[in-house]
Design a protein around this ligand. Structure first.
Ligand code: HMG
Ligand code: MG
Length: 298
């Protein structure tokens, strides 16, 4: 049975911009975030409080997050890898953060320079204090569908990490197909395993669309009961520490499909297409999203 409504978590200002070659100015980022909120997106990941040496594109996180306030009904979130990230997020007045790690050791080490166990210990010093400060915390598990360094990743590893994130106090865990290698039967296996122990509203899907399978995997998730999907306008995105990782599921393509199926998102697709055009002009290169290129109707 398909849901009547789903929630889209927009990651373009963070996942979308972290991998871009051109330096995007803070006012341009604000313009993009405004356009996304105006299109009806209610959950937007606006930046990362990570090391500026590791992700120079988001070095303006404090300035950006400190200057913009979410309109009523909208939540802004940002990646935080550790307590230092949390204190920056607090200082900027954010009400939500997202912690992140991988299900494969090699990607975790290359991305955040720690083992999985060390990262989880660091999260013990990050997630409960954020909750105590009244913030909501989301968690990401990357490389669930496959790792660029280790290949296949055991579902049990991803499952154990997802369970730990929830125990620590994350309200939702977003499962990442970081390099966009997943296929539908695999998606069903992964989600069936997760749903044995984790209720559907606590699981989201974060699908990169490297090989064109993101929408097919999301359709499987919808059918199994998942109601939360991450997406990036125009299909912007990729992890700089995952070679070959291309853009995320394009928000316009996802919304087009959902609306066509009679599933509500609260998003105005025409306005979303305009937000995608803003993103394209900001990064100065053509974006891969299909509806972004075709328009809603020709
Ligand atoms: P490190 O170098 O191991 O950290 O980096 P450290 O603790 O040894 O500290 C080194 C320096 O970094 C120190 O500064 C710290 O103060 C500073 P120095 O003394 O050298 O001047 N530092 C920080 N600065 C600002 N904010 C902080 C912070 N923490 C330490 N929070 C660290 C460890 C985690 C910081 C680093 O590896 C890092 O920033 N990695 C970020 C990687 C990243 O953002 N990757 C992309 C996002 S993940 C993704 O895209 C996947 C996802 O989309 C899901 C999916 O697709 O699967 C979420
Ligand atoms: Mg990602």
């Amino acid at each position: 049975r398909l849901p009547e409504r789903v929630s889209i978590y927009e990651v373009s200002p963070r996942d979308g911009l972290q991998n871009e070659k051109v330096t995007v100015s803070t006012p341009d980022k604000i313009r993009l975030i405004d356009a996304l909120a105006q299109a009806g997106l209610q959950r937007i990941e606006i930046t990362s409080f990570v090391s500026p040496k590791w992700i120079p594109q988001l070095a303006d996180a404090d300035e950006l997050a400190g200057h913009i306030k979410p309109p009523p009904g909208v939540t802004f979130s940002a990646l935080c890898p550790n307590p230092k990230g949390l204190s920056r997020a607090k200082a900027a007045g954010l009400e939500e953060i997202a912690v992140f790690l991988s299900a494969s050791e090699t990607h975790n080490k290359k991305n955040i320079n720690k083992t999985i166990d060390e990262t989880l210990l660091e999260f013990e010093e990050t997630v409960p204090p954020a909750r105590a400060a009244g913030m909501r915390v989301r968690g990401y598990v990357s490389t669930v569908w496959g790792c660029p360094y280790e290949g296949e990743v055991e579902i049990e590893r991803s499952h154990a990490i997802a369970m730990r994130l929830i125990e620590l106090g994350c309200y939702q865990v977003s499962l990442g197909d970081t390099i966009g290698c997943g296929t539908p039967r695999q998606t069903a296996r992964i989600l069936d395993r997760m749903l044995k122990d984790i209720p559907a509203p606590k699981i989201a899907m974060h699908m990169h669309d490297t090989r064109g399978t993101a929408l097919a995997n999301i359709l499987v998730g919808l059918g199994i009961g998942i109601r939360d999907f991450d997406a990036s306008v125009g299909g912007l995105g990729g992890c700089p520490y995952a070679p070959g990782a291309a853009g995320n599921m394009a928000t316009e393509d996802l919304v087009y499909m959902l609306h066509g199926m009679g599933i509500e998102t609260g998003i105005d697709l025409e306005k979303l297409v305009w937000a995608g055009k803003a993103a394209e002009s900001i990064v100065g290169r053509p974006l891969p999203g299909k509806v972004h290129q075709s328009g809603v109707r020709s």
